[in-house]
Design a protein around this ligand. Sequence first.
Ligand code: ATP
Length: 276
Amino acid sequence: MLELKALSKTYKTGDRALSDISFSVPAGQVVGLIGPSGAGKSSLIRCINRLVEPTAGSVCLGETELTTLNGRALRQARRRIGMIFQEYALVERLTVMENVLSGRLSYVSSWRSFLRRFPQADIDQAFSLLNRVGLGDHCNKRADELSGGQRQRVGIARALEQNPELLLADEPTASLDPKTSRQIMRLIQSVCREMNLPAIINIHDVVLAQNFTDRIIGLQAGKVVFDGLPSALSHEALTRIYGAEDWGQMQQTNEPQDDDTLLENSLDSSPMLVSS
Ligand SMILES: Nc1ncnc2c1ncn2[C@@H]1O[C@H](COP(=O)(O)OP(=O)(O)OP(=O)(O)O)[C@@H](O)[C@H]1O
């Protein structure tokens, strides 16, 4: 469970990125964080993992108040948060397996990480996660030999290898084609359900967010202006978040075809066969 209370961020430049943000995310819930450019989505994600220092308010992960931690305690708390990035952030010359195991680096002693020797349990878990994300046959490939969708699957497996209590994703589909984006969002949603993991996904694509999240939080100028079920995201709510636009047209043009949905469902039911 993640709980934000009255979280605010004003940068040194005077830019007020977040104003008095309060909400909680229960275990297993996937939240889509939407809003126009500059609304504060990245600032919010970064305040949660303390890559950006909040100006005021608190962030609690379980019983731990993250905003007061420093040094070693902060590093230990950060490994409880899995991160998924737009550009994957893989080490290109390392194998898929080595990239996934890097999710354990903060847990193993320095000589082990220097030699890249990991406990067998970590390796077994990495195999299992790679199977889960559909890359069981690609363990020994180098990361730079993978497609964008496959790289993001590695990014997801690496985040899960940390055994996180929270998943944060910063525009995880922004570099992917529409179909791969849907597969990646479906994968994130299903692993969060399986592992009872709360997640916040910063995402620009409203239709994707509606299709593959349990709840949507809309930011406008650093404030929460919508918080509800994806089905409650009306044209009026979209106008509150983004301003006036012909929202009906947007939703029609992005509607998935039945064939597409059927194919994705069959791929997800046999992840070993998925090569993205
Ligand atoms: N390092 C920084 N220093 C000063 N101001 C910043 C910094 N980072 C962000 N801001 C400002 O904070 C506000 C929120 O920015 P943020 O990047 O969080 O928005 P966003 O919703 O993630 O935007 P986008 O969708 O374009 O990535 C903006 O006014 C931005 O200019």
